[in-house]
Design a protein around this ligand. Structure first.
Ligand SMILES: *[C@@H]1O[C@H](CO)[C@@H](O)[C@H](O)[C@H]1NC(C)=O
Ligand SMILES: *[C@@H]1O[C@H](CO)[C@@H](O)[C@H](O)[C@H]1NC(C)=O
Ligand SMILES: *[C@@H]1O[C@H](CO)[C@@H](O)[C@H](O)[C@H]1NC(C)=O
Ligand SMILES: *[C@@H]1O[C@H](CO)[C@@H](O)[C@H](O)[C@H]1NC(C)=O
Ligand SMILES: *[C@@H]1O[C@H](CO)[C@@H](O)[C@H](O)[C@H]1NC(C)=O
Ligand SMILES: *[C@@H]1O[C@H](CO)[C@@H](O)[C@H](O)[C@H]1NC(C)=O
Ligand SMILES: *[C@@H]1O[C@H](CO)[C@@H](O)[C@H](O)[C@H]1NC(C)=O
Ligand SMILES: *[C@@H]1O[C@H](CO)[C@@H](O)[C@H](O)[C@H]1NC(C)=O
Length: 392
């Protein structure tokens, strides 16, 4: 209980720090949900949550309770570290100290003779008196006694009513900024089942002049969860697409170089839903026309600036660029136009007497490279382009 409260406090503090500053990167929503639901014990190092409800049930009812009422499963204990973590919590529950509690371990009529309900092998065990159970009882359950000196697990009749321990993975959800040309994102814990009641946010930025193309490889989410895709850098941007279990989109494209994905996981997930995975890449949008200016135009452009722009018009068209204004520093601040086969034009200096100036690419793409050195005070350039039919 104590460490759960501490974790909630820490999260609250983080949030107020973020809200106190209206900074550009909005690290908000993914962090708002605490890793464990109220009342659960949070084992921070294990990223697991545990609960001992204040009721006594038969093994199968306890199993059902953990799954349906608590969104988890009867506890599995993988190693000594987890044994110790659960012990700390168990010992705080004064009402059950005298009672052994059900754990998610039971016997089977074949090898391995006992296994965790979550299908992991029980390769760590902590038997009472160090005595492993005989393999004779094929349908028995295990309980954990904390009564000293007999601390450990023992075989027990599944129909007895006992307290029990539930476990679920802590809802630790990313709020991440990804700046790259290509990459992959997925639901937390993928390809394991996703954590319940989380809201994860992924801010994706690709290089300027590109748009983000996001392709879902797989979407396996429950009917109450959704993936919301925003056309811009934050969750305040326009909603581009809402993906749910009934309306699955394969490919989503932004209109600018950033896109934000938010995954809302409901409380109804569980082992049968593995979540989702997607890849993204920067692509050059195909356009019919557009315009470009030097940064800050018509105010002086910044020093030491390098940028490349790629123009992409449909196949069967050429890029027809018209430069309307061009004043930069002689020799050192230049704009280079090229296509797959040639450098088409390279300009630096005061070109006021040569504008407007038009040029065409040989094919459907054109690259424009801008480079400015230090110590500048010129207004720069502006240009427009249109798709020009090759047959025209
Ligand atoms: C962040 O908040 C602190 C305290 O309010 C303030 O001193 C600081 O200037 C802020 N930083 C930004 C980038 O707003
Ligand atoms: C325990 O079993 C799991 C598979 O269920 C395996 O991944 C793990 O490596 C095993 N640990 C040890 C210590 O053998
Ligand atoms: C463990 O050993 C103690 C004392 O030797 C005994 O009283 C107890 O019944 C044993 N527990 C089990 C589950 O065998
Ligand atoms: C990622 O891109 C965003 C938006 O363009 C920018 O604010 C942020 O500083 C970049 N982060 C890194 C680590 O480059
Ligand atoms: C997406 O899921 C969240 C959490 O379940 C819900 O609050 C929200 O309304 C859903 N969005 C839409 C558009 O259905
Ligand atoms: C581009 O330059 C021309 C000529 O100076 C000017 O008339 C036009 O308004 C400029 N366009 C933009 C978008 O600034
Ligand atoms: C650029 O050249 C024109 C004449 O062609 C001149 O009027 C103008 O003042 C020059 N601008 C700069 C910034 O040198
Ligand atoms: C024009 O672009 C197409 C598609 O990218 C390519 O197949 C073709 O070879 C290019 N032609 C020239 C002359 O570069």
């Amino acid at each position: 209980m104590k460490s759960f409260l501490v974790s909630v406090l820490t999260l609250t503090l983080c949030l107020s720090v973020v809200f106190g500053n209206s900074s550009e990167s909005v690290n908000v929503i993914g962090s708002t949900s605490a890793p464990c639901p109220p009342g659960w014990y949070y084992a921070i190092d294990l990223e697991q949550c545990y609960l001992i409800p204040n009721i006594f049930l038969k093994f199968d009812d306890a199993r059902y309770y953990c799954a349906n009422d608590a969104g988890g499963s009867l506890v599995s204990v993988y190693d000594a570290v987890e044994y110790y973590a659960v012990s700390v919590y168990f010992q705080q529950q004064t009402f059950v100290q005298a009672w052994p509690a059900w754990i998610g371990l039971r016997t089977y009529p074949y090898s391995p003779y006992f296994r965790w309900l979550d299908r992991h092998n029980a390769n760590y065990t902590h038997w009472i008196n160090g005595t492993a159970p005989a393999h004779t009882d094929a349908n028995a359950c295990f309980a954990w006694s904390k009564a000293k000196p007999n601390d450990g697990w023992f075989i027990s009749d599944c129909n007895l009513q006992r307290p029990f321990i539930c476990k679920r993975h802590a809802a630790i959800c990313p709020d991440v900024n990804i700046n790259a040309s290509t990459g992959a994102i997925s639901s937390p814990n993928y390809p394991g089942s996703y954590d319940l009641e989380v809201a994860c946010v992924y801010h994706i930025s690709v290089p300027e002049g590109h748009i983000v193309q996001l392709s879902f490889n797989l979407v396996g989410i429950d009917p109450y969860s959704n993936i919301t895709i925003y056309d811009g850098p934050t969750t305040n941007s326009r909603i581009l697409e809402l993906i749910s279990s009934s309306s699955i989109q394969n490919i989503v494209e932004s209109t600018s170089n950033s896109l934000t994905v938010q995954f809302f996981a409901s409380n109804y997930g569980g082992a049968s839903y593995i979540g989702w995975s997607a890849t993204f890449k920067a692509i050059v949008p195909v356009t019919l026309s557009g315009s470009l200016t030097s940064p800050k135009y018509p105010n002086p452009y910044p020093d030491d600036d390098d940028k490349t722009y790629k123009l992409n018009v449909p196949l069967g068209y050429r890029v027809l660029v018209t430069i309307w204004d061009f004043v930069t520093e002689e020799r050192s601040d230049y704009l280079v136009f090229s296509d797959d086969s040639d450098t088409l034009l390279e300009w630096a200096g005061n070109m006021t007497s040569k504008v407007p100036k038009s040029l065409r690419s040989h094919n459907n793409t054109m690259d424009i490279e801008w480079s400015a050195d230090g110590n500048t005070n010129f207004r720069g350039w502006n240009l427009t382009w249109v798709a020009d039919p090759i047959w025209g």
